[in-house]
Design a protein around this ligand. Structure first.
Ligand code: ARG
Length: 581
């Protein structure tokens, strides 16, 4: 509908160009927005204000000229000028009802499909030296949701789990693995089941024993020079660490598979070439023996140049180097149109620098869009980064287990008579959904306070509220199982029916905003409002006790589309729905 109004405005502009009211070469960006207040119609545009200069008329005059030039259209019932020169569009109820019928009969709810693109999405990407902790939740959950929405819109999505599987700390881990192996033989597998403890123990050995530290450093060099034995140890370690990650993905219902893993180490063979190519382009400088790039765009507050370090004095490469190689791969081999990075905002400068450099070095051409979808920190109740009671990092597995336990208590208290199996099943969905939804529903760019109480509440914009709202809508059909809806149509007579219908019609616009901006919270907010609109409708408009059969069927269809939209929306957030809870 929005794009339909846009196209009407394009036609009006063309007419005004022909009448020489505005210059023929004038390119206007036509913005159409949903109105906040129903008395202003459904959509509004500020186009008239944008044209006052070129048309040399006041905005209300321009608005009238635009309105006079709009083509006749059956979907728009009224157009008005408001305030300083806004143009408000009122959508015809029949046209809206037709749109809703089309959505009901379409797998993708009638959304407008954009030109399909190839989108590479870099998300989750934990470091394998340690176990996944709460810091990885946001990237994993937000990234996965945007991936789902992109696919829903018909794009080709290539997931890239750019895990940190390389670097000096691996020397220490391999040395420790080796040591345990000599002591415990095959039992080592078991010790690795708790990576966090393993890492800490290795660090203790590294700090206490000079001999161990020397062995660790030697192992890194051997690993880097392709030594078979070291590589075997390293692969074993990463394999175990990755299987921990995939256990977490499975519990979270995240769509990443082993095939999506493409870690930093996969770019090793290209790193020397990255250095050569930067050098050929005359971009490299030396700084204390290291190879670096200075870009004029990046300076410290004091005006000192801020380099990107490409290769250390000892020959080692850095995080930025593999990111440059990864960018080339994504552009040239994966043929990306867009590359999205769901990574902590604290890495914003890193991404600005490497994006800029990749373009400067012509690794990436201008048509490719590189987007850092940064996110803020997950904080505890004290407003500081979320920690365990003893001040350690919170392992993601432990967090999910606690969510399960708390959800079980909650569901049990609501359904004291439900049998245990079903309780556990429902609690699993409620627990995981609550953790995910709490994260997804906040603007990703801001920090947020992690609170089990808040996320497991049935009030407000939470997963339990929405899951429950869904079961209520779905419940209506159980009671209307005998009503035959073939040939029935939606009619929007009551105000609350219109409001619900208008909300339902916005689904596609919301998905498209979510995909462009990488912001699932837009979809969460929408689903919350939709559930609210349904409640108001349901209170004001009896469904099963409607005045007549036609009205009953129409209302059932509205309920059906609401259920379908809620289910699809939650699915794009990676959240399963329940039939009862
Ligand atoms: N492994 C990194 C970390 O945990 C995130 C990697 C993000 N992706 C990238 N291409 N740099 O901080």
């Amino acid at each position: 509908m929005k794009s339909h109004i846009q196209s009407l405005l394009v036609q009006a502009l063309d007419a005004l160009k022909q009448q020489e009211v505005i210059p023929t070469d004038f390119e206007a960006r036509i913005q159409v927005d949903r109105t906040k207040d129903k008395t202003h119609g459904d959509f509004a545009t500020n186009l008239a204000m944008m044209l006052t200069k070129v048309a040399r008329k006041n905005p209300r005059e321009v608005a009238q000229l635009i309105i006079d030039s709009l083509p006749e259209d059956s979907q728009v019932s009224k157009v008005e000028i408001a305030g300083p020169g806004f143009i408000n569009f009122f959508i015809d109820d029949k046209a809206l009802a037709n749109q809703l019928m089309a959505a009901l009969n379409d797998d993708r709810l009638g959304i407008v499909l954009p030109e399909p693109q190839t989108v590479v999405v870099d998300y989750s990407s934990p470091n394998l030296a340690k176990e996944m902790h709460v810091g990885h939740l946001r990237s994993t959950v937000i990234g996965d949701s945007v991936v789902r929405a992109l696919e829903f819109q018909g794009h080709k999505v290539i997931r890239q789990n750019h895990v940190g599987d390389w670097g000096t700390q691996f020397g220490m881990l391999l040395a420790y693995m080796e040591e345990l192996r000599t002591q415990n033989g095959e039992q080592t597998q078991m010790v690795l089941s708790d990576l966090e403890t393993f890492y800490r123990a290795a660090k203790v050995r590294f700090d206490e024993s000079e001999e161990f530290a020397t062995r660790a450093r030697k192992l890194v060099v051997e690993l880097q020079s392709g030594d078979e034995y070291c590589n075997k140890l390293w692969r074993e370690f990463n394999d175990i660490s990755l299987s921990h990650c995939h256990d977490v993905y499975e519990r979270l219902g995240v769509s990443l598979t082993r095939a999506d893993v493409r870690g930093e180490s996969t770019y090793n063979d290209d790193l020397a070439q990255v250095v050569i190519d930067l050098d050929t382009q005359g971009l490299l400088s030396e700084s204390n023996g290291a190879k670096v790039v200075f870009q004029d765009e990046f300076k410290t507050k004091e005006g000192e140049p801020l380099p990107v370090i490409i290769q250390k004095a000892d020959g080692g490469y850095l995080y930025a180097t593999s990111d440059l190689a990864a960018m080339r791969y994504r552009a040239n081999v994966l043929k990306a149109d867009r590359v999205l990075y769901f990574v902590d905002l604290r890495q914003a400068l890193h991404f600005q620098q490497v994006f800029n450099l990749a373009r400067k070095a012509q690794f990436i051409d201008d048509s490719i869009s590189l987007e850092h979808m940064g996110f803020g920190t997950m904080n505890g109740a004290d407003g500081r980064p979320f920690k365990t009671r003893s001040g350690g990092v919170v392992k993601l597995v432990d967090l999910l287990t606690e969510a399960d336990t708390r959800a079980l208590e909650l569901v049990r208290s609501k359904n004291p008579d439900m049998d245990e199996d079903e309780l556990v099943k429902i609690a699993k969905v409620v627990g995981i959904s609550s953790v995910k939804y709490a994260d997804l529903s906040k603007n990703r760019a801001s920090d947020y306070i992690f609170s089990f109480e808040q996320m497991l509440s049935f009030e407000g914009n939470t997963a339990p509220y929405l899951l429950y709202a869904y079961t209520r809508v779905a419940g209506i059909f159980k009671r209307a199982a005998d009503v035959d809806l073939t040939g029935a149509r939606i009619q929007l007579d009551h105000d609350k029916e219109k409001e619900l219908g208008t909300k339902l019609a916005q689904f596609g616009e919301v998905v498209s905003r979510m995909v462009t901006k990488g912001q699932p919270h837009a979809l969460c907010g929408y689903l919350f409002e939709l559930a609210g609109a349904f409640s108001s409708f349901y209170e004001a408009c009896p469904v099963l006790a409607a005045d007549n059969e036609e009205q009953k069927k129409s209302r059932l269809l509205l309920a059906k589309l609401t259920a379908k939209t809620l289910k699809q929306g939650l699915n794009l957030l990676g959240i399963e729905t329940l039939e009862r809870m």
